[in-house]
Design a protein. Structure first.
Length: 225
């Protein structure tokens, strides 16, 4: 075991991201649900706002682990043209899978955000966080979808990753921070003492606490002027 839980993992990961502390252009985005407790600790230590980036991988029917694309917050749809071309996947199949995943994405949007719009990432440095990377397929889909929204820089940061996944994803974003890359890897959960499932309620609570922290920091800064 390396981490007690996701809170401990987030605190350790934040130490690797210290150069991004107290920068007005930085936004921390978590992949729900497990990435949220990790990202909350990072956002608190960096003094950065926190939100979720909801992404649903579009799995190839019958081979769901293989991503043919993704849909994400903000109405983004990304299609992996190489996979689609190699497997000759018809457009109607992509549309059907996307429609099914859209329903779950919209449910999570309502559960986590209520009526608040997705964050504006254009021109910002976005730190995209999950609780770990195994194959990295969901993170790759998230990064590709996020890129379409026009951030200045995408930093993928995780407490633990398979070594080869960390290396591979480095080619797809601007920076990758993998706090530990154990070998043999075997699975994300093995490196946590407590890897219990994060609930929707916990996600909502942490997002609200993060919003309150941002408001309190803004009040403090205004009082010092």
């Amino acid at each position: 075991m390396i981490f007690r839980d996701r809170t401990d993992a987030g605190q350790k990961l934040a130490a690797r991201l210290a150069k991004y502390a107290h920068r007005s252009d930085v936004l921390v985005l978590a992949l729900p649900r497990g990435g949220v407790p990790v990202a909350y600790e990072v956002a608190e230590q960096l003094g950065a706002p926190l939100d979720v980036f909801l992404v649903r991988k579009l799995g190839v029917p019958g081979y769901e682990e293989l991503a043919m694309g993704a849909i994400a917050s903000g109405g983004v749809r990304f299609v992996n043209d190489d996979v689609v071309r190699q497997l000759a996947i018809p457009g109607e199949v992509i549309d059907a899978v996307a429609a099914e995943e859209r329903r779950e994405l919209e449910r999570r949007e309502r559960a986590y955000r209520n009526d608040r719009p997705p964050p504006d990432v254009k021109g910002r440095t976005v730190i995209l966080i999950d609780d770990g990377l195994a194959t990295g397929s969901t993170m790759r889909a998230a990064a590709a979808a996020l890129r379409k929204l026009g951030p200045e820089r995408i930093v993928v940061a995780v407490p633990v990753s398979a070594p080869e996944t960390c290396d591979e994803i480095r080619e797809e974003v601007d920076e990758v921070v993998c706090a530990v890359t154990p070998e043999p890897f075997r699975g994300v959960g093995l490196w946590y003492k407590d890897f219990s499932q994060t609930t929707d309620e916990e996600v909502r609570e942490l997002l609200e606490r993060a919003r309150q922290s941002v408001a309190q920091r803004a009040i403090g800064q205004a009082a010092r002027k």
